[in-house]
Write a protein that binds this ligand. Structure first.
Ligand code: 4AD
Ligand code: MG
Length: 427
């Protein structure tokens, strides 16, 4: 594979892949081969190869699948640092009129051709960072005594508010909903195993057409028994440090392809600043924002708040009216929820939402009623408070939002292979 070529300098190799690009200069043809691990410039001299091979090199179109043979040469000026002194060329499947050419294309066109767009260098780099991030996330929890527990995707009730539910008829039983979060099931898991995490797709019928919202996205959700809000924040900052530093160390090349300025990412080290919602409101007011206590932060507010810090900031103790039914109230101030959001720098906004959970049976039941949630569907969840309830906490990190930030992208749509957005469910 192209990534292994450093071990083959001076040797003859045969490689399979696709024609990424080509150019010619008189008696020389330069074919750029890609194989998913890198790019390789293959040089065909008219004198060195048969006329048949030279004509083939001239004729084949972008994204033809090919097999090339030649001698590996170190060439610092070429992409990847190596070049192939090519002698052979075989066509596996000839392609013509590949729709995505090296010129600029509009985003909608690229999105329509997402299945092909994935072949371009930037998209390959993002997918490789995504893969490494998923592994870093798993390694972090696996290395700290957490058990991975997969929650169901078809669920009987809402977790994060009833306004963003995807609904489907479930045989004769009634309605089922695509899960918005694995959290409620993770709580059952924490009571069984102590420390668990869920990691999988979650769904929100978000009516928002923003650069941060997908309707299907991946979330990792740790849940810990005998942990309070402070423990939750300790876990979140250690986790963020681990995953960001891992990507900086292991995906340097890909970040370079994306031209990501990593200065601020290098700062993602403990301790992360912790401020209360009240302090965040003060920041907004000082910056001239008309912001009323009790409102939730919008994206521009988050940008103002996070711009005060050189690394992600944890904002804790939000007004309970803007937060979910399951969050425990602050014993010091009943108007506040023991919640935390982590805001990423550079305007990337909320990447983590978490809280300490309500562990008192009567209080939780009254919250379920206040939120007009169907008590029946939550009886199993109430059981967790009937039988051996303990203080517990957890959070959810959105994989794609985190990747958008780490990769320094404009829009979340490039971070998932086949994005699902309010106005798009193809290809
Ligand atoms: O803040 P949220 O809604 O929290 C929960 O779902 C909790 N049940 C998590 C928990 O405590 N176990 O969502 C968590 C994170 C957000 O911070 C964001 O990163 C991401 O999920 N997220 C989205 N990502 C992309 N598109 C959307 N529509 C998203 N909605 C939330
Ligand atoms: Mg949230």
């Amino acid at each position: 594979m192209i990534k292994d070529l450093s071990h083959f300098v001076g040797q003859e190799v045969t490689l399979k892949g696709w024609l990424y690009n080509k150019r010619s200069s008189g008696k020389i043809k330069f074919l750029i081969l890609r194989d998913g691990t890198g790019l390789l410039q293959c040089v065909y001299f008219k004198g060195n190869v048969s006329d048949e091979v030279f004509d083939m090199a001239d004729r084949i179109g972008q994204e033809s699948s090919i097999e090339v043979t030649g001698k590996v040469k170190a060439e610092p000026r070429s992409p990847g640092g190596y070049e192939l002194d090519a002698t052979g060329l075989k066509i596996i499947s000839e392609a013509h009129d590949y729709p995505i050419t090296p010129k600029d294309h509009g985003v909608e066109f690229l999105m329509d051709n997402r299945h092909l767009w994935l072949r371009s260098s930037r998209q390959v780099a993002i997918m490789r960072i995504r893969h490494r991030l998923v592994k870093a996330i798993r390694d972090f929890f696996d290395g700290r005594g957490f058990t991975l527990m997969d929650p169901p995707i078809l669920t009987p009730a809402a977790c994060e508010g009833t306004s963003t539910l995807f609904e489907t008829q479930y045989f004769d039983i009634g309605k089922a909903y695509l899960t918005q979060s694995g959290q409620l099931y993770a709580e059952a898991g924490a009571m069984a195993l102590g420390k668990v995490y869920t990691f999988g797709p979650t769904f929100r019928a978000e009516k928002s057409k923003t650069r941060r919202h997908l309707t299907e996205f991946w979330m990792v959700e740790p849940e810990v028994a005998f942990a309070d809000l402070n423990d939750d924040m300790d876990l979140a900052e250690e986790f963020l440090e681990y995953i960001v530093q891992t990507i900086l160390n292991e995906r340097e090349e890909e970040l370079k392809i994306l031209e990501r300025d990593t200065t601020l990412l290098k700062n993602v080290k403990r301790p992360l600043p912790r401020i209360s919602y009240d302090e965040a409101v003060e920041i907004l007011k000082k910056s001239g924002n008309k912001f009323g206590w009790g409102d939730d932060f919008g994206a521009p507010d988050e940008t103002v708040i996070s711009s005060q810090f050189d690394r992600p900031v944890m904002v804790h103790r939000y007004p309970s009216v803007v937060k979910a039914f399951y969050m425990k109230r602050d014993p010091e101030n009943e108007k506040l929820a023991l919640a935390v959001d982590v805001l990423a720098p550079e305007g990337y906004g909320e990447i983590i939402g978490g809280s300490q959970r309500e562990d008192d049976f009567d209080v939780l039941l009254s919250r379920i009623k206040e939120h007009n949630l169907p008590q029946e569907a939550f009886e199993w969840y109430l059981d967790l408070r009937r039988y051996g309830s303990v203080p517990h906490s957890g959070f959810g990190l959105g994989l794609e939002r985190t990747l958008t930030w780490i990769c320094g992208l404009e829009h979340v749509r490039e971070t998932i292979p086949f994005p699902r957005l309010i106005y798009r469910n193809t290809p």
